[in-house]
Write a protein that binds this ligand. Structure first.
Ligand SMILES: NC(=O)C1=CN([C@@H]2O[C@H](COP(=O)(O)OP(=O)(O)OC[C@H]3O[C@@H](n4cnc5c(N)ncnc54)[C@H](OP(=O)(O)O)[C@@H]3O)[C@@H](O)[C@H]2O)C=CC1
Ligand SMILES: CC(=O)C(=O)O
Ligand SMILES: [Mg+2]
Length: 591
């Protein structure tokens, strides 16, 4: 009895009772309610079967007009619904018709969020069946605009908000979340939301969006997903002045105050959900991101999507592209614009893969990769003043101030944009790359679309149709000189849902770089001859659940190989097992 009480949600108000006492009211007074005297405070905790009106208002169980006659009788729904009985397919058709009528992407986003809050399975059915059409709505680019305007469009809260006000009680805050069996947390502190900068508390749109992809693309149950925003303030003056801003109105906490809050959070998560809960760090600024990953990588199941997921997806694209541009990985020369989380994360994984393939030391393979930051090319003379994550890339070279000069000096075969600054791949830059490559590989990774280093049309036009191009946010196919070019989408959304699924199904307790390579290899392996023929280096998102199962299987296999998997015995066929674990949005029958 005592231990049950100690486990209760409201630990501070638990009544201290003699465990052997038989006195007390109720059949099993686990919550101590019947023993409480009037001055004792307790949690009004109820567990009930949803029926009638509350069933219709419960997004997890609501089926709207699809409730059958029998279900309407059994669950007190008679009269609460009009007489017709619909199918989920008809509901889907109606909603897609409605969504397509909205002119503005933000209206579509709001319609999707409203659906998620009203009928969760229908939301996921739409997303799974129409992934290519709806990905840009619930994810980049529209989610970026949604975060910028989050305060104005805010209706119902989604996810969990942990601010400096909750310091000292984060464990209690986690217990306020209605679900107990959490498998994946995506957490942001809102400081680097896509390429849009510090959006403070309004960054919540990102964990919410990423986790809806965990379910739709990776098949992790929605109830096992928990979006979290940590609000330590914002340095965004515009938001601080915005009357509709939803976060703390103060400058960002830094240093010890920041570290303590994060540490309390990380400890509380492990205490509450155990060590097999995956914590995905998302859109933190790089001055915290690398440190958090290093600090918690050895004690928690953590993964930084911007550093590691992006690296895995770009490596897959590059490896696949070799079929089109020729040569082996180590025969190429890479130049990045942007040497932050994405840039250095990708660079490191490419160097690791090169080293693996050629047996050359990592220090050697890194020399094939060059990065430009806001101060110019990263070279050895700058080493002392560089942030630690840039130091491995400070090669011997004279200083070079700008990208165009760096392109001319380095002569890269692959140009990668990870700067968060739009329009930086100018005509001169792209033409210069095209002047010494028959088929230049150009990846403009920055999100959302407004921050893309160049557009698909620019890439194809300026290279006279020779570029192999992919971007972080989607672009429509481009017609150039009578031919249609289909750009790819190089986005970590290909990787994190499958990677997460693989970690969850194997019960992994740590993320290892080899798992990122395994995920990358699985993705690259999904590009068919037919796709190569169209100049594509990524498979279509319409196949993503199949792709995620392959990624999950490869990641899980690596987890078993490395001895960090706890789900034993290892399933014989990991692809089949991954598929069998995936959430389906089809309605369930009710008793
Ligand atoms: N497609 C995808 O899947 C992903 C895309 N991204 C996108 O990548 C972008 C960068 O993200 P992230 O790496 O996390 O950000 P960071 O802030 O960590 O890094 C940005 C880097 O770009 C450099 N930079 C900024 N402005 C310029 C400029 N005008 N010229 C040259 N360099 C510049 C910065 O230089 P300095 O260090 O000198 O300040 C820094 O090195 C974002 O737009 C994000 O949306 C991120 C993750 C995944
Ligand atoms: C895609 C992504 O994670 C980003 O742009 O930050
Ligand atoms: Mg991100």
């Amino acid at each position: 009895m005592e231990s049950t009480l100690k486990d209760m949600r409201d630990g501070a108000t638990v009544l201290d009772m003699d465990p052997k006492s038989t006195v007390g009211g109720g059949v099993e007074d686990v919550y101590g309610e019947d023993r409480a005297t009037e001055d004792q405070i307790l949690t009004p905790w109820t567990v009930s079967i949803a029926s009638g009106y509350s069933l219709l208002r419960n997004p997890q169980h609501n089926k709207g007009l699809v409730f059958t006659e029998r279900e309407r009788d059994a669950h007190y729904l008679r009269g609460l619904l009009p007489p017709t009985i619909a199918t989920q397919e008809l509901q889907e058709k109606k909603l897609m018709n409605n969504i397509r009528q909205y002119q503005l992407p933000l209206q579509k986003y709001m319609a999707m969020m409203e659906l998620q809050e009203r009928n969760e399975r229908l939301f996921y059915k739409l997303l799974v069946d129409n992934v290519e059409e709806l990905l840009p709505v619930v994810y980049t680019p529209t989610v970026g605009e949604a975060c910028q305007k989050y305060g104005s469009i805010f209706r119902r809260p989604q996810g969990l908000y942990i601010s400096l006000k909750e310091k000292g009680m984060i464990l209690d805050v986690l217990k306020n979340w209605p679900e107990r069996n959490i498998q994946v947390i995506v957490v942001t502190d809102g400081e680097r939301i896509l390429g849009l900068g510090d959006l403070g508390c309004q960054g919540m749109g990102i964990p919410v969006g990423k986790l809806s992809l965990y379910t739709a693309l990776g098949g992790v149950r929605p109830s096992a997903c928990l979006p979290i925003t940590i609000d330590v303030g914002t340095n965004n003056e515009q938001l601080l002045k915005d009357e509709f801003y939803i976060g703390l109105r103060q400058k960002r906490a830094t240093g010890q105050e920041y570290a303590e809050l994060l540490h309390e959070f990380m400890t509380a998560v492990k205490q509450n959900y155990g060590e097999k809960v995956l914590i995905q760090f998302e859109d933190f600024a790089n001055h915290n991101a690398f440190e958090l990953l290093a600090k918690y990588g050895t004690t928690h199941l953590v993964f930084n999507d911007d550093i590691q997921g992006t690296a895995s997806v770009v490596l897959a694209g590059v490896v696949a592209a070799l079929k089109l541009i020729g040569g082996s990985l180590d025969e190429h020369k890479f130049l990045f614009l942007g040497a932050g989380e994405a840039g250095t994360g990708i660079a490191e994984l490419i160097a690791q893969e090169m080293s693996k393939q050629t047996k050359a030391p990592l220090e050697e393979t890194r020399k094939k990769i060059w990065l430009v930051d806001s101060k110019g090319l990263i070279v050895s003379s700058r080493k002392d003043s560089l942030q630690h994550f840039k130091k491995p890339w400070a090669h011997e070279h004279e200083p070079v101030k700008d990208l165009l000069s760096a392109v001319k000096a380095i002569k890269p075969t692959v140009l990668i944009g990870s700067s968060g600054v739009g329009k930086t791949f100018t005509k001169e830059v792209v033409e210069a790359v095209a002047s010494f490559n028959e088929k230049p590989l150009i990846l403009a990774l920055s999100n959302p679309t407004s921050q893309s280093e160049c557009t698909a049309e620019e890439a194809y036009t300026w290279t006279k149709g020779r570029a192999i191009f992919a971007s972080g946010s989607p672009f429509d196919p481009v017609e150039y000189d009578g031919k249609v070019y289909v750009p790819g989408q190089a986005n970590n959304a290909y990787i994190f849902p499958g990677l997460g699924l693989g970690l969850v199904i194997s019960g992994a307790i740590r993320v290892h770089d080899d798992m990122l390579l395994a995920a990358s290899e699985a993705l690259a392996g999904q590009v068919t001859e037919e796709l190569f023929h169209k100049g594509l280096i990524y498979p279509p998102f319409s196949n993503i659940r199949k792709i995620s199962a392959q990624i999950a299987a490869n990641v899980a296999a690596k987890a078993y190989e490395l001895g960090v998997a706890t789900r034993l015995p290892r399933p014989a066929n990991l692809v089949k097992y991954a598929e069998s674990c995936m959430y389906s949005p089809i309605y369930r029958q009710y008793r």
